[in-house]
Design a protein around this ligand. Structure first.
Ligand SMILES: Cc1cc2nc3c(=O)[nH]c(=O)nc-3n(C[C@H](O)[C@H](O)[C@H](O)COP(=O)(O)OP(=O)(O)OC[C@H]3O[C@@H](n4cnc5c(N)ncnc54)[C@H](O)[C@@H]3O)c2cc1C
Length: 189
């Protein structure tokens, strides 16, 4: 959270509690509204079967002599950053495993070096696998659900797939507007 917004949140009595929630039932007694921003697990919480992992494997290398980025397609990109460069990657729908495979790292590096010969000899610093929370379309909407016989307002904001960093600037604002409307509404959303 942006530090200015964080300070306002705390100054207005906001509290942050970190814990894993396995169902909305666990929180409905304590809050007026639930915001479901749980990424890949957002679908499980909402009983929505349309969320799937798209596994992404990235290799981080030391190659400070290359200053420009390259993006030839969704699985071939080179992104120089301050300390190192990230090279991608993979898009594997339905896979949940998080351990990087050596042959994938070698392929990612080899195929990028074919496109960017200056990369030859670059040292691998780190390999990483993450799961993109894929859903088509992204779900940003409000609904009223019944939990333990009680009506509960929920605002969903999940399923951003490969674009969560970029889209979050808009979806977070829209989700916050939906939450405000839901709180202002007397009974139903
Ligand atoms: C390899 C890779 C490359 C990517 N590249 C890009 C890119 O270049 N540009 C871009 O825009 N996006 C990119 N993305 C996608 C981006 O990272 C995601 O879209 C984004 O992280 C989704 O954000 P989110 O907040 O919805 O979900 P997440 O970041 O997954 O956050 C969900 C949060 O909910 C918490 N949570 C989950 N379940 C529960 C539960 N039951 N109880 C309590 N808390 C829970 C989690 O701990 C986590 O903190 C990339 C992703 C990967 C894997």
């Amino acid at each position: 959270m942006h530090s200015f917004l964080f300070c306002r949140f705390i100054a207005n009595g906001g509290r942050i509690i970190q814990k894993t929630v396995s169902s909305f039932d666990e929180v409905i007694d304590d809050y007026d509204l639930i915001m479901n921003c749980a990424g890949l697990r957002g679908g499980e919480l909402a009983s929505d079967p349309n969320v799937h992992p798209v596994r992404g494997h990235i290799v981080r290398v030391w190659a400070p002599w290359i200053k420009h980025f390259i993006h030839t397609d969704d699985t071939h990109y080179f992104l120089p950053q301050s300390e190192s460069a990230a090279i991608g990657g993979t898009r594997q729908l339905g896979r949940y495993d998080l351990v990087p495979e050596v042959h994938e790292s070698e392929r990612i590096l080899r195929e990028m070096a074919e496109r960017l010969p200056a990369l030859k000899g670059a040292k691998i610093l780190h390999e990483w696998v993450g799961l993109r929370p894929y859903r088509r379309p992204v779900r940003v909407e409000a609904e009223v659900i019944i939990c333990k016989g009680k009506q509960i307002k929920v605002v969903h904001n999940y399923g951003h797939g490969a674009f969560g960093v970029s889209l979050s600037w808009g979806t977070a604002v829209y989700a916050a507007e939906l939450a405000q409307q839901a709180l202002n509404a007397k009974a139903k959303i």
